[in-house]
Ligand binder design. Sequence first.
Ligand code: SF4
Ligand code: SF4
Length: 365
Amino acid sequence: KEVKKVTFVQCAGQRSDKEGHLDYCSGDCCLTSIKQAMYFKDQNPDIETEILFDDLRTPGAPGEDFYRSGQDKMVTFRKGKVSEVVAGSNGPVVKFKDMILDEDVEEEADLVVLATGMVANSGVNIDEVPQNEPGEWEVSVDSILNLNYRQGKDLPHLKYGFNDSHFICFPYETRRTGIYTCGPVRRPMDTQQAIDDATGAALKAIQEIENAKVGRAAHPRSGDLSYPIFRKEGCTQCKRCTVECPFGAIDEDERRFPVFNESRCRRCGTCMGACPVRVISFENYSCDTVGQQIKNVDMPDEFDEKPRILVLACENDAYPALDMAAQQGVTYSQFARVIPVRCLGSVNTIWVTDALNSGYDGIIL
Ligand code: SF4
Ligand code: SF4
C-alpha cells in the first residue's frame, strides 16, 4: 500500500506514571521524529506527515532551528494527547484529544510511528537483590557482568535503571572502579551525545590505566598515593566500613576484620568517616588532622564576634565552588571557617563534637 499519511505519536508510554510506562523523557524522540518526518518529505513532498505531541522537546542549541526546519518542509505539528491506536478498515486509526481545539479526534493514517523511549540494559539492580543478612547479598543468576564484589555482581543503578555515574565526583565512572559507562546506558541520549560521552569515558579509562600502573588512585583523587590503613587492635569488627564504602573496596577476612582492596579504593575517606571507633586513617588525612584544624582556633568569648560557623566543604564540588565565588568577588562572613574534606562521607561525627566543644555555634556540611 502506498504511504500517503504518516502520524508520529510522541511520548508513547513515556513521561507517564501508568503501569508499564516510563516515568522519564528520553530527550531524543522529538528530534528523531522530526528528522524522520523530514525524510518522508524529502522522498515525496506530497506525503502528509503529522507529529502529535503533548510537549515538544528539542533540547540542545540547534533544537529550535531543527523544529523550524520541519515546519519549513510542511511537517504538521499538532498538540494532542493520544489515547489509543486501533485498527480501522483502511489502516490504523489514531484517537486523540486536540489540546488546542479541546475536542476528541479520530484520524486515519497509513503508518503510525510510536516514540517509545529508551530503556537501559544495565543488568541487575544490586540494591534490589535481597540480603541474606546485612551486607550479605544473594547471588543473582541474571547478572550480566558477573563481578566479584560482595555487594553484588552488577553495577549500582542511579534511577530508572540507568547506571550510576556522579556528574561531579566521578563523571563517566561507575562505583565499580575501572568500569566506565557511556551512552544510553548512563542516561537517554542521541548518537552524537553518545559519541561525545564515549570519548569522555575513554579518556577517563586511559587516565585510570596510567594511574593504576604506578599504584595511584583514580578520579576523584587522581594520582593520590595515600591509602587507608586501620589499627587492627582497636577494630571492633562492626563492618560499618565494609558496608559504607561506596566503591565496594573493602572485604572481610575470616575473622571479619576489614581487608582493603587497593586497586578499587578511590581514597574518598568514607570508611574513615563511618568508623565508630576512629581506627581508619590515611598518612595525610585522619580524624586527628582535621580535628586539630577544628580545635586550634582562637574562639572569641560568648557574646563577641558571633556566630562562629564551621564549614566542612567537599574538595570536589563545594570547595571549588567557594573558590570560584571568591574569584567573582563574592564575600562571606569572616566568622565562617572553611575546612576542605575529601568527601562529605569522610566526615566523622567526632568533628561535630569537637567543633561544638570548641565554641562553634553551627556547622555547615
Ligand atoms: S577510602 Fe575507604 S571508603 Fe573510600 S574507596 Fe577507599 S576503602 Fe572505600
Ligand atoms: S568501621 Fe572501624 S571498627 Fe568497624 S570494622 Fe571497620 S575498621 Fe573495624
